[in-house]
Design a binder for this molecule. Structure first.
Ligand SMILES: [Zn+2]
Length: 258
């Protein structure tokens, strides 16, 4: 009798587990602040990016960064109503994220392009208000350049930009120390402002990009848009995973600090 009862209880319990009854209704899911914070951070975004890239390009390991070659595309000096918009359309087609270092005075003119960047998972960085060379102006002017742009960007995207790209890549340790967020430079620079040829820019970038590289482009030139259309599919084909600067810093530490 006892044995039969035991079998009955075990059978019922097994059936309940198979149906998923146990541990679901009995254990209400509590909001977990740590998990919520994790959802907010860039790593979750990176996983989603990887999944999106994998869906497009059949990357073998969609949920892990082990062995993944990472690359960060950065675009300076926008937003530009034509070129930036075309680049955003193209990046969306490929589910690729980038980082846009925008000028505050242009954000004022084209706020919708910048809010679109944030909505589509791109990072928006601070390229100052009017593109002056920071070490060559006084501390007060420097603060105005950085903080005015910071406040304008914050109003549009809902939070302060987490990195600064100093105009012309010009910075010093003293300038870095004046601000709470890091200066970020780059590791691959085709001089697209000088070499106005999509073929040259494409070849320069593809021949030099390695794991962890930060590519500098400017979303104000049509030839840069044309080069982007070639660079992105080629790097995806090579298995690169596109990440934002914050994601790259989170995964690789202070990579290529400026
Ligand atoms: Zn610039």
């Amino acid at each position: 009798m006892c044995a039969l009862l035991l079998i009955l209880v075990v059978s019922l319990a097994t059936a309940a587990v198979l149906r998923g009854d146990l541990f679901t209704s009995a254990m209400p899911v509590q909001a977990n602040p740590a998990l919520a914070a994790e959802k907010e951070n860039g790593l979750t975004q990176l996983r989603l990016t990887n999944e999106a890239n994998a869906a497009n390009k059949n990357i073998d390991k969609p949920n892990t960064h082990a062995g993944a070659r990472l690359v960060a595309l950065t675009f300076d000096d926008g937003p530009n109503p034509y070129i930036t918009t075309a680049i955003l359309d193209f990046l969306a087609e490929h589910d690729v994220v980038a980082t846009f270092y925008v000028l505050g005075n242009l954000v004022n003119r084209h706020p919708k392009i910048v809010s679109r960047m944030a909505e589509e998972g791109h990072q928006v960085g601070n390229h100052t208000q009017t593109h002056r060379e920071l070490p060559n102006i006084g501390a007060e002017a420097r603060r105005w350049e950085v903080e005015t742009a910071r406040d304008i960007i914050s109003k549009v995207i809902g939070h302060e930009p987490t990195t600064i790209r100093p105009p012309f890549g010009s910075t010093t340790q003293a300038v870095r120390d004046e601000f709470d967020v890091p200066n970020i430079l780059w590791s691959v620079d085709p001089w697209d402002w000088y070499n106005r040829c999509a073929d040259y820019v494409t070849e320069h970038v593809l021949s030099r990009t390695q794991d962890g590289c930060i590519i500098l482009l400017h979303d104000v030139y049509h030839h840069t848009y044309e080069a982007t259309r070639r660079i992105v599919p080629a790097l995806l084909e090579q298995g690169f995973v596109f990440v934002t600067i914050d994601e790259l810093l989170a995964l690789r530490g202070e990579a290529q600090p400026g």
